[in-house]
Each structure stands twice: as C-alpha cells, then as structure tokens.
Design a binder for this molecule. Structure first.
Ligand code: LAC
Ligand code: ZN
Length: 467
C-alpha cells in the first residue's frame, strides 16, 4: 500500500504541523551526514506518547514503515531513508523533535527525566545549574532518545562509560497489537525485578520501539579541567602513557584521544587551532584531559613531567580546554573537505592499537596507494575512527569502496578480534558484518524479540539486520 494514500488520515491524528510532505521541508530529515539521501513518504512529528501510539497504529493498519529519528546527527545512515527505495517502499520518518522539552532535574537524586527529542546541550545547560552533567561528549548535539537508540560512547567513555551506563529507565512505544507502552521510566538505581526491557532498547536503533522519554543518571560537574596536546615518541609510547596515567591518575583522567597526522592536518585546514603551530604535524598527537575538584592543571603538569622524564613524549603543551577540543572536534568535518570519506568506527583490544594502525595502512596502500588512512579516536576504550579518505571529490567505484571496507573491517575484526561497530550504532551499511560476526543463536533470539516487539515489521530502518 502506498503510504501517500493514507496521509490525510495521519494528519487528522497528528494535526497539520505533525505531518510534513512538502519536498523542501523533508530535506533536513532525509539527508544523511554521508552518502546519498533517500525518499521519505512524509515526516511525522508526534508530540506525545499518545500521538506516537496513534502513529504506530496507523502504520500497522496500512503496513507503512516508520523510521525513528532523533536529531539526524548519526554517522551510520540509520536515521534517514535508504537511497533509491522510492514509491510504495518509501518510509515515513518519525522525528521526535517536537517532544523536546524542559528536562526535569532532581539534584538530590542526581537524575534527569528527559523527553526523547530534547538535545544533549539543553539537558547539560540545565544540569550545569545544579553542578551536574551527563558526561558524554560527542562532536554533535544529538537528541537524548537518539543517544539511547544508538548507545553512543564518545570521548569521555574511558572514565564515564557509554550511554547504557547512564540510562536508568526509558518509556517506549512498541509495535505489537496494542501499540503498547513499555514504561520503565524509573529514577531508581536499585530496582531489580527481572530482565529489564530498558536495556534491550539501548542500542536497538529504533527497530524495537520508539523511545519517548528517558531517565538518566547524572554525574557531578568537576570544578576544574585542564587539557594538553602531547607528541608521543611513537605509538607504543602513547599506549604506555595511557597505562601510566590510568595507574597513577585514574580518578583524574577524563579523555585520552589519539590523532594521526592525516586527521590533524584536515582539522587545521578546516580552520581549527594548530596545537603545535602550523608547521608541525606529528605522526601522532594525543589530547589528554584531566578533571577533578582540586586545580587539575597542577596535577596534569606534574603527570606530563613524569611522562617526559620516562622518554614517552617529545612535547607537551597545556592548552585551554575549549581550544584543545576545538581542534579535536573539527576532524570529522575537516575530513569531509579533503575527499571522499569512508568512515569506519571500529574498536580493537587496547594492546593491539599500534599494530592495527600499521597493518591497516599497509593493507589500504596495497589496494589504493592514493588513499589516506586518517585515524583518530578514543584509545582509552580501544575506539578508533579509522577513516579512509580518497582524495578528490569524485565518487569512488563501489568495487573500490567495498575492497577498502573489507580490509579495514577485516583487519579490525578478523585480524585483531575487534568490532566493526564501536560507538555509532550498527546502521544499514554494516548489516553484512552483523550477519557475518554475530553468532547464529544470538541472531535468532534477536529476530524472535523483533517479532514480539514488532510482529508486522513496521519499525526501524529497513536496511538494519534486525529491522
Ligand atoms: C568523534 C565522532 C566521530 O569521536 O564519534 O569525533
Ligand atoms: Zn567518536
């Protein structure tokens, strides 16, 4: 059935502003960060749990695919329609943006109850008034619902964990016969009453339910923060620095981000501050952040002095936190300007990070001597954004891109026991690796859960392996 035939009925349920169909209005919901946009039959913008239920019932009645979307800041194409699936296959994008509201902060409990469409920045501005924070740092301003659905990690994960660690409860609408509300919106930290569906919904990419509200555990905002950009002697010494900092300063170490020359160069070319001056682009640079209640800078300077005395670094510059992060946060956008970017969000066991970098460079060069490996990321938790950039803006052939993808993901997964999907969510583009690496009994169990939550298959991106 073509969804377009039933949009008037949907408009009656959600109101005129609740359904967008004018092509120019749809663009910001259908354009992915990378790659080609796909067609949507409409964008539905429910404001409440009841409206989400009405929408799900409508989709079930007419067998229309709903594609939940937060702030459309994801990097794996899971929140926008697939390119080329027009006509009767076009999904309705479900934007939760109109649920955005004022987070309810309980400063004594250190919790926040937040609607799904609320942005991370809105939550953190309000939390800061109470000396609190949701300590997940991303290069974007996602919605809280999207962060739960993708289980985002980010640059402070080594100290504070991923989204899963902060979610105390969610409310979501599933697509069973009743469009049931799964209400686990509890602020309790201790609430052991059996299997928790909240945890199943974390990382479910919108394929099991539409998250409408979230309760998160907040951290205390530290009084003091200090950052440094450091040039390690080599990749092994970067790893040794990390171990030393964890052992001696674990309660201070907030971020340990390692950046390749290729990635740093593109951030600086994009206008970001050059940490070591415009002439110096080291093979590897490390951004280290300390945070705590006493002056963090004293502690950081003394730690860096020790690392220098051990011969682990050749230069260390304490830099204002905003300036330091401006460089780090500019990398993804900077790479976009340098060529066609194939983004790979992988992780490997931490001891394998230096060898992984080397092997992946050799393997990529063997396929395409012009391609650059512009890796950067979260060494503290084994995460590495191993982006491959093919210079020039010409589209690369599907064969070449498939070959590059095979060597990068193959090196991470088969070569070093890592993951093809570290912190950005699976996405339709990685479905093949999900089929290839997730054990068959796990796949079967997830598929049977999918049939329970969504027996007609109307929820989630159609290209997801469990969509
Ligand atoms: C980052 C995003 C790409 O770490 O996850 O910059
Ligand atoms: Zn990241």
């Amino acid at each position: 059935m073509h969804p377009g035939e039933h949009l008037e009925e949907l408009e009656e349920l959600l109101g005129p502003a609740g359904v967008l169909t004018v092509p120019s209005d749809l663009v910001r919901f259908t354009e992915p960060y990378r790659g080609a946009p796909g067609p949507a039959a409409a964008v539905a913008r429910p404001r409440s749990v009841d409206e989400v239920r009405d929408l799900v019932r409508w989709a079930r009645r007419h067998r229309v695919r709903l594609l939940p979307q937060g702030a459309n800041s994801g990097l794996v194409g899971a929140s926008t329609p697939p390119a080329g699936a027009g006509g009767s296959g076009a999904p309705v994008v479900v934007s939760l943006e109109r649920t955005a509201g004022d987070p309810l902060i309980d400063p004594i409990d250190r919790t926040a109850t937040v609607t799904a469409g609320t942005r991370l920045s809105t939550l953190n501005e309000k939390a800061a008034r109470h000396g609190l924070v949701l300590p997940i740092d991303l290069c974007a301003d996602p919605s809280i619902g999207g962060m739960v659905a993708t289980n985002t990690g980010g640059a402070r994960m080594l100290r504070h964990g991923d989204m899963r660690r902060h979610v105390l409860g969610v409310r979501a609408v599933i697509a069973d016969d009743d469009a049931s509300v799964i209400d686990e919106l509890s602020t309790l930290r201790k609430h052991n009453v059996g299997p928790a569906l909240t945890q199943l919904l974390v990382g479910s990419s919108g394929a099991l339910g539409i998250i409408t509200d979230v309760v998160v555990d907040l951290g205390r905002l530290p009084d003091s923060r200090s950052c440094a950009w450091v040039i390690p002697t080599n990749a092994d010494s970067a790893l040794e620095m990390l171990l030393h900092l964890e052992r001696r300063h674990g309660e201070w170490l907030e971020a340990f981000e390692v950046v390749s020359a290729e990635a740093l160069r593109s951030a600086v070319a994009h206008g970001a501050p050059a940490p070591f001056g415009p002439e110096v682009v080291p093979e590897l640079s490390v951004l280290i952040e300390f945070a705590g209640d006493a002056p963090a800078e004293d502690r950081l300077v003394s730690a860096l002095g020790h690392l220098a005395s051990q011969g682990l670094l050749t230069e260390a510059l304490v830099v204002p936190a905003d300036t330091a992060w401006a460089t780090r946060h500019a990398i993804t956008e900077g790479l976009r300007g340098t060529g066609t970017v194939l983004g790979f969000d992988v992780s490997v066991p931490r001891p394998a990070l230096p060898a992984f970098r080397e092997r992946v460079r050799l393997a990529v060069a063997a396929i395409d001597p012009d391609a650059l490996v512009a890796d950067f990321g979260h060494w503290g938790d084994g995460g590495i954004h191993c982006n491959v950039v093919v210079p020039g803006m010409a589209t690369i052939t599907p064969d070449r891109s498939a070959a590059l993808r095979e060597v990068v993901l193959g090196t991470a997964v088969d070569g070093f026991g890592g993951s093809f999907s570290a912190e950005h969510g699976v996405g339709p583009g990685n479905a093949d690796w999900w089929y290839r690496t997730v054990p068959a009994p796990v796949q079967r169990t997830i598929n049977s859960l999918k049939r329970t939550f969504d027996p007609l298959g109307v929820l989630g991106h159609p290209g997801l392996p469990f969509g």
